[in-house]
Design a protein around this ligand. Structure first.
Ligand SMILES: C[S@@+](CC[C@H](N)C(=O)[O-])C[C@H]1O[C@@H](n2cnc3c(N)ncnc32)[C@H](O)[C@@H]1O
Length: 234
């Protein structure tokens, strides 16, 4: 409405669609800023509509946009609901995580295993342990399944990890986002054994003191927050 009002006041803005799109982007960014939206949304607000107008100018056939949407959906699935996008644990963090595994053979689960890269590295480092990965996004799941099916100690499962019990695992690994952490804590507390370790890459559980936090010497100073939810009272 703000953009429409501005254009109504200054009809000169109406002429090239790109100018109109830029006015819309500016208004969206301004409202986002005033409503204290995350800073990283500002360039998205500013750029989205102008880029959409420029892209339309390319005159691509309409199936290209549908194909792009399908590709994004198959890769990221319902991030609007899960609030967890796809990004991957790097090699250094995987090696540090391998060092957190108990010395004896145990079962480990990666909640949302992405392309399965972390599980592949862990499975090679610890052939005596059993690794399970859950993934609900179709393309990463296919990738993980194909790249892990030769490893006898890795099982890649398709589906929602929230409905999978965590009682069998000595280590539960999560690299999710801030949004599901309170729910994950409740699930882990109810299901994990007292001596089992919950390791969360980057995202701490709000208001819960970790048993330890391990800093990885990688470029982004990855932090692995370690908890024993099953040992918590209540
Ligand atoms: C940030 S990525 C981490 C990938 C992998 N664990 C790693 O560390 O390399 C999170 C993954 O969790 C998946 N995911 C999110 N919610 C899920 C759910 N409820 N069930 C299964 N997978 C989920 C996403 O599709 C995404 O691939």
């Amino acid at each position: 409405m703000l953009a429409a009002g501005l254009i109504w006041l200054l009809p000169v803005l109406l002429a090239p669609p790109l100018t109109m799109a830029m006015v819309q982007g500016l208004c969206a960014a301004l409202i986002s800023h005033l409503r204290r939206g995350p800073v990283w949304w500002l360039p998205i607000h500013l750029g989205f509509m102008p880029l959409a107008v420029l892209a339309l100018g390319l005159g691509l056939p309409s199936w290209v946009w549908l194909a792009g949407f399908a590709l994004l959906l198959l890769t990221f699935w319902r991030t609007d609901r899960s609030r967890v996008p796809l990004y991957l644990t790097n090699t250094l963090a995987s090696a540090v995580l391998a060092g957190l595994l108990p010395a004896q053979p145990v079962a480990v689960i990666d909640l949302g295993c992405g392309d399965g890269g972390l599980l592949r590295r862990l499975a090679r480092a610890r052939p005596d342990c059993r690794f399970v990965g859950f993934e609900h996004a179709p393309l990463p799941w296919v990738w993980a399944w194909l790249s892990c099916h030769r490893l006898a100690n890795v099982e890649i499962r398709f589906g929602d990890f929230w409905s999978h019990p965590l009682g069998d695992y000595a280590l539960v690994y999560a690299f999710l986002s801030p949004v599901p952490m309170p729910r994950l804590w409740d699930k882990a507390k109810a299901e994990m054994k007292p001596d089992a370790l919950l390791v969360s890459n980057s995202f701490a559980i709000p208001d819960i003191q970790p048993e330890s936090t391990v800093e990885v010497a990688d470029g982004r100073r990855t932090r692995l927050h370690c908890y024993r939810p099953g040992a918590e009272p209540g």
